[in-house]
Write a protein that binds this ligand. Sequence first.
Ligand code: SF4
Length: 249
Amino acid sequence: MKYIEIFVKNALTKSGLENTDYSLNPYKGCEHQCVYCYAPYVLHMSLDEWRNVVYVKRNLPTVLDKELKKKRGFVTLGSVTDAYQPSEKKYEITRRCLEILLKHRVPISILTKSSLVLRDLDLLSRFSEAHVGITLTTLDDSLRKKVEANSSSVDERLKVLQESEGKAIRYIFVGPILPRITTPYLQDIVKEAERMNLDYIIFDRFRWKKNMLLPYELEERIKGMDYEKIKRELMRISKQTSIPVYLDW
Ligand code: SF4
């Protein structure tokens, strides 16, 4: 993996995500290398560049500090990257941005596939509103390795939620729902959420992007998925649990 340090002019991006005003992405590129990642297609990067280069936004905390003197709203960290990918251990751009967001009393949400977020619980616990979510596309770690090669294991991710109890608003994001990888575990993921008394769960379907390249077998299976049927199953499951369940399609 190649790391290139860059200097940016803007920090916050107006967001189209629900319940979010701005996105903040400390890196461009992502080491987790999920096979279904759509970020390179959103950012118009080649798949080769996306998989081999991480651009580190060195001055992001300083630019963010200036912008927050004028801009107010809810900020989501890592909409097209993972703010806690391995490079964060060395560069600490996300941690320094959290310090700035805390200083300006901004409500935030982080969604990650990395247990590195535990390092920053000291900061996260001081926000008036901080949502900490982990993505789960399966409960089988051998399948997780196939689709999200460089991310934290399933157990490490669940540990994030356990250790964040009382320190953040905790949730699981189940997405994209993948055939044979996620589908056998929908009910069990909800049970995990109940066991840990989480605040909510979000389920999302797979979303195609123009020119998207997926492993052939996965592409064929996704084309055969009936997401409306899955939606009906999730609605049935949601009626049997006290945890709020949101379907994103
Ligand atoms: S963690 Fe997110 S941004 Fe990173 S490769 Fe996976 S899907 Fe893409």
